[in-house]
Design a protein around this ligand. Structure first.
Ligand code: NDP
Length: 264
């Protein structure tokens, strides 16, 4: 029997996930088919899962919190961060995971000397990534446009700033965790702040993938190594694929096929 997988989101039309997973299913002879589902209302997620008899799904913007609520069981990390981007159905129960944050953690492993990290942005992706990085021994500071979103980080003991209160010091990695530059040409924070942190950084990273954002352009003009969000996307997909297929394949086996989607 062919197993059905999907990505739920809104918008979802530009997602690379169907291509990544279908390519790996085919190459690894797994009887699966991965589609995309434009979902307006996140509270419908659980019902759709069972109605369509979906074996596994990824969940993207804006439904990661709804996905968290839709699950019967959560792995300990997903429970801690309150966001789920991968669900697997087993015997009528939904099991939830977060693979975005481990994907990001793995993506920055290439900068092996990095210890201190400045996040520009405090949304959902920053939230789960900040927790996993801190657990892995990084020192994470959060800088965000508005004060509102910083409350949760303050409660969790992170050092936080708004643009107005920021006091620059050297950071090994500066990361754009906002959606600034995704569909516009804006920087994630005022250029003066970037001037105060980019020159001393080892590298600059963007979670947006497939384009050189204004932030990465800024870093390149300062001669800094840069990395976009493609590796994060690839790695979160590989980890999700392992959950989808009950760990039948190694990370490296899946990677060797899935990464072909990113070769241009
Ligand atoms: P959220 O909507 O949860 O958070 C958005 C954040 O961006 C907020 O901190 C917001 O600040 C800030 N922001 C938005 N626009 C601007 C702007 N013009 N200037 C300054 N700050 C801005 O988003 P997510 O955390 O879900 O996603 C963030 C990014 O991560 C997106 O670009 C998404 O595409 C990317 N992503 C990439 C993945 C990958 O695999 N590569 C996986 C998941 C996400 P404020 O609080 O002030 O509004």
């Amino acid at each position: 029997m062919k197993h059905l997988f999907t990505i739920f989101g809104n918008p979802v039309s530009h997602s690379k996930s169907p291509m990544m997973h279908n390519l790996a299913f085919q190459a690894l002879n797994y009887n699966g088919c991965y589609t995309r589902y434009h979902l307006e209302d996140g509270t419908q997620l659980r019902q759709k899962f069972f109605e369509l008899d979906i074996k596994g799904a990824n969940i993207t913007v804006p439904h990661k919190e709804a996905a968290f609520k839709a699950c019967d069981e959560l792995d300990s990390f997903a429970k801690k961060v309150g966001a789920v981007n991968t669900i697997v159905q087993k015997e009528g129960k939904l099991y939830g995971y977060n693979t975005d944050a481990p994907g990001f953690l793995k993506a920055i492993e290439t900068f092996s000397n990095a210890k201190t990290v400045l996040f520009l942005g405090a949304g959902g992706t920053a939230q789960s990534s900040s927790v996993i990085l801190r657990d892995a021994g990084y020192e994470v500071t959060i800088l965000n446009r508005s004060a509102e979103r910083l409350k949760r980080y303050q409660e969790e003991g992170f050092e936080t700033y708004t643009f107005e209160t920021f006091q620059a010091k050297p950071y090994d990695l500066v990361v754009n965790m906002t959606s600034a530059g995704l569909e516009d040409e804006s920087l994630p924070c005022p250029a003066a702040i970037l001037e105060s942190v980019v020159p001393t950084a080892i590298a600059c990273i963007d979670v947006i993938y497939g384009k050189v954002t204004p932030f990465l352009q800024f870093a390149q003009t300062h001669g800094k190594p840069t990395k976009d969000g493609s590796d994060m996307l690839l790695y979160q997909g590989i980890i999700a694929f392992q959950y989808f297929t009950d760990e039948q394949f190694t990370f490296e086996e899946i990677e060797s096929h899935m990464k072909k989607v990113f070769i241009t």
